[in-house]
Design a protein around this ligand. Structure first.
Ligand code: GDG
Length: 503
């Protein structure tokens, strides 16, 4: 049945489990993260579909079920599984998206790798995604496309289905023209995004950067801007802006710029945090680590997450402040996203090398200052660790939003704990009450960790109260409501010209 809402996201929205030779589709093991948030939209429309890829050896195999119907705790929906070969996945996702786009989106020109890119395959895969979305969408449906690996889908889909409403959401940062224009395919990408009704970003800066990229390619005239809400400005921090562009007018359409920071499922995290099981786990962890303070760092193994710089800052801490040796530990959880991606191997090696050196220099038979965990910790345990950690040390060099810092705050139902957060994480603009730091500066990193470790309890609690209010306010439900408003045509253009100023 044609769908009123089609979500186009590279991952499938369920876990595939084989039981007695039969495939069963189950709710994702992790109830946390972006997939359940997106699935929650299925409860809001009668007919919904999800388009994702499914790797297969033979894409023309007639036995391959492209369309399957799912019924789970989120409701009934259709999943269109786009068959892709391993070679197509490698080319469009692991190479073009991760080796060429990802570094540019995060401002790492030196890591940009053009040579292995096969642009024809990228286009072919994006075209196939667009065809799948076009096949699933009812007349006038809303199609919601996610992330840079599907950048060309809106343009193709617009050619196939001029009637649908297209919204595109970026989970990453969006860089300004000086950086973005390293990509030789810039005109094609921007052209595709300008065929959307809505282009979405986490924070105002990314929307402004997008406008700068558009303007480098075409004259779109004046762009209206409105004031940024005060609670989306962290005074003096690197990513804060005072005004935000609201729309771009092209010859064909008005493209609305949606700025809606992704939040976390505060209700779910609070319920986990308040459970007896978590209390038991936290008590066990505390007794196991003994009388030391815990610094916690959690993230994927990726150069953007700044893991090595953070470990070096920890090494300096133990050098600079000998009195802290034996009294403070760093739990560094760094999970490789995909072991097939060799591009991340050197980072893993670097983390292991620095952590090993710190333990060699400052550890003993019975005490290791760094615990480097390179596999995923179950979320229930992670929440218990959030509660145990005296400091959450989240210092990416660039990060679209960063949900870990929000999870830490949501889990601190005791009202204590310190968040040290990079000012280059999108979340920093909402979390001015954190100890914001610049991970490119050793001095700033040293100052921030000293401040966090020496912070008196009343200040910790006062800051945490503000942080919890902000995380509560913009949780997943808030994000879903904002997105739904952007996805439904009647809300289009709801920002009146009166509240706008012209840039
Ligand atoms: C992209 C953007 C943006 C991590 N380690 C473990 C674990 N995690 C979970 C965290 C959190 C998620 O992974 C990581 O989310 P982030 O937002 O920090 O980062 P990305 O994966 O890079 O996500 C990012 C996001 O999209 C949403 O738009 O914020 O900027 O890069 O939920 O909890 N979960 C478990 N064990 C682990 O060891 N269970």
């Amino acid at each position: 049945m044609p769908s009123d809402l089609v979500i186009v996201y590279h991952r499938q929205p369920y876990d595939e489990v084989e039981v007695d030779g039969q495939i069963e589709y189950r709710d994702n093991k992790s109830p946390n993260g972006i997939v359940p948030t997106l699935k929650s939209f299925f409860g809001k429309v009668d007919n919904a579909a999800w388009v994702a890829w499914k790797e297969t050896e033979d894409t023309s195999n007639p036995q391959f079920d492209r369309v399957i119907n799912i019924e789970d705790s989120f409701g009934k929906y259709t999943v269109y599984r786009l068959p892709l070969t391993g070679a197509q996945v490698k080319s469009f996702y692991h190479v073009t998206s991760k080796e060429a786009f990802w570094p540019i989106l995060h401002g790492f020109k030196e890591k940009y790798n053009y040579d292995p890119v096969d642009w024809a395959t990228f286009k072919e895969v994006n075209w196939a995604f667009a065809e799948a979305a076009a096949a699933e969408a009812a007349p006038g449906a809303s199609v919601w496309v996610h992330d840079y690996n599907l950048w060309l889908v809106p343009g193709y889909l617009r050619q196939m289905r001029p009637d649908v409403r297209i919204s595109f959401y970026h989970h990453t940062p969006f860089p300004a023209a000086d950086m973005f224009n390293v990509l030789p395919w810039r005109a094609e990408i921007i052209g595709s995004l300008l065929s959307c009704d809505v282009v979405g970003f986490h924070i105002p800066r990314y929307a402004s950067n997008f406008v700068s990229c558009v303007r480098s390619l075409e004259d779109v005239g004046a762009v209206p801007r409105v004031k940024v809400e005060p609670d989306m400005i962290a005074e003096g921090s690197a990513l804060s802006d005072r005004t935000v562009p609201t729309e771009i007018r092209t010859e064909d359409r008005v493209v609305q710029l949606g700025v809606t920071p992704v939040g976390v499922d505060v209700e779910y995290i609070k319920s986990l945090a308040g459970s007896d099981k978590t209390a038991e786990l936290a008590a066990r962890f505390r007794s196991e680590i003994g009388d030391t303070r815990v610094l916690l760092s959690v993230g994927r193994t990726d150069y953007t997450k700044g893991g090595a710089d953070q470990l070096l800052a920890f090494e300096r801490l133990l050098e600079r402040r000998p009195e802290l040796r034996g009294t403070v530990r760093l739990l560094h959880v760094s999970v490789p996203a995909n072991r097939a991606m060799t591009v991340y191997e050197p980072i893993q090696k670097e983390l292991e090398e620095i952590a090993g050196r710190i333990n060699g220099r400052f550890g003993s038979f019975t005490f290791q200052p760094v615990a480097l965990i390179s596999r995923a910790v179950p979320f229930e345990e992670l929440v218990a660790w959030y509660q145990v950690a005296d400091v959450a040390w989240i210092t990416p060099l660039a990060d679209g939003m960063n949900l870990v810092c929000k999870e830490y705050v949501a889990a601190r139902n005791d009202g204590d704990g310190v968040l040290v957060l990079s000012e280059f994480a999108g979340a920093a603009v909402e979390m001015g009450a954190a100890v914001l730091t610049n991970p490119f500066s050793s001095r700033a990193m040293d100052f921030a960790i000293d401040l966090a470790l020496d912070m008196p309890e009343d200040e910790r609690r006062a800051r945490m109260e503000l942080l919890r209010a902000s995380v509560d306010k913009r949780d997943t439900r808030h994000w879903a409501a904002e997105q739904l408003a952007l996805l439904s045509p009647e809300d289009f253009g709801r920002k009146s010209a009166k509240e706008s100023e012209i840039a």
